[in-house]
Design a protein around this ligand. Structure first.
Ligand code: AP5
Ligand code: MG
Length: 193
């Protein structure tokens, strides 16, 4: 299955993606993780991306698409893939659709993760105390949220129109949220066969 996770920062995309990888035994692609890896290596992409990530802005589409393009050609993706944090803009969604159309494998499901804004902030503050993500601070987080509303939320209509969108309530424990995701995945699987 080809599944996209969309949601504001802190909604639980990464957390739930890990669980779904174990459940479905398919690879995943997280543009946030790839950009942080590039950054840790200090390569040109990483240096450029850091300037945007530290301000809570999206890395420009051409950079993200060049980075993802190589990954989409990996043979293991033929069995399916979980996309975490990609696509994040309408041009990225169009580019993904074109790539998948060439392979004759359209997206099966888009999971929109939702949670209350105060819960998103509380999760970010808890993680900031444990990890050192440069973009986990109140000011940058506020901008990440704004960018989500402005640039990523329009994707929801894009996917709703294609009939692949499912809303997931991201409130509650990670186990409770995963139960809802499993139900949505199984409902879609039942219609795919
Ligand atoms: P990215 O890495 O994608 O981050 P994000 O979406 O902004 O936010 P998070 O990763 O914090 O949220 P999440 O939904 O994954 O939540 P998580 O499971 O971690 O992007 C970072 C930056 O990279 C962007 O701002 C941009 O600059 C750039 N970028 C990335 N992709 C791009 C693209 N396609 N185009 C352009 N630029 C791009 O959970 C958060 C915390 O909450 C964790 O500590 C977790 O343990 C905890 N938690 C999770 N679920 C629960 C729960 N149910 N209850 C309590 N705590 C929970
Ligand atoms: Mg994440």
């Amino acid at each position: 299955m080809l599944i996209v996770f969309i949601g504001p920062p802190g909604a639980g995309k990464g957390t739930q993606c890990k669980r779904l990888i174990d459940y479905l035994k398919i690879p995943h692609l997280s543009t946030g993780d790839l950009l942080r890896e590039a950054r840790a290596k200090g390569n040109t992409l990483g240096q450029l991306a850091a300037q945007y990530m530290d301000q809570g802005r999206l890395v420009p589409d051409p950079l993200v698409l060049a980075m993802v393009g190589e990954k989409l050609n990996e043979p293991e993706l033929a069995i399916g893939c979980l996309f975490d944090g990609f696509p994040r803009t309408v041009p990225q969604a169009r580019a993904l659709d074109e790539e998948l159309a060439k392979r004759g494998t359209p997206l099966n499901l888009v999971l929109e993760m939702r949670a209350d804004e105060q819960e998103l902030i509380d999760r970010m503050l808890r993680r900031a105390a444990l990890e050192k993500r440069a973009d986990d601070n109140p000011q940058t987080f506020a901008h990440r949220l704004e960018v989500y509303h402005q640039q990523t939320e329009p994707l929801l209509d894009y996917y709703r129109f294609r009939g692949v969108l499912a809303m997931i309530n991201g409130m509650g424990t990670p186990d409770e949220v995963f139960g809802r995701i499993q139900a949505a995945v199984e409902a879609r699987r039942a219609t795919c066969h």
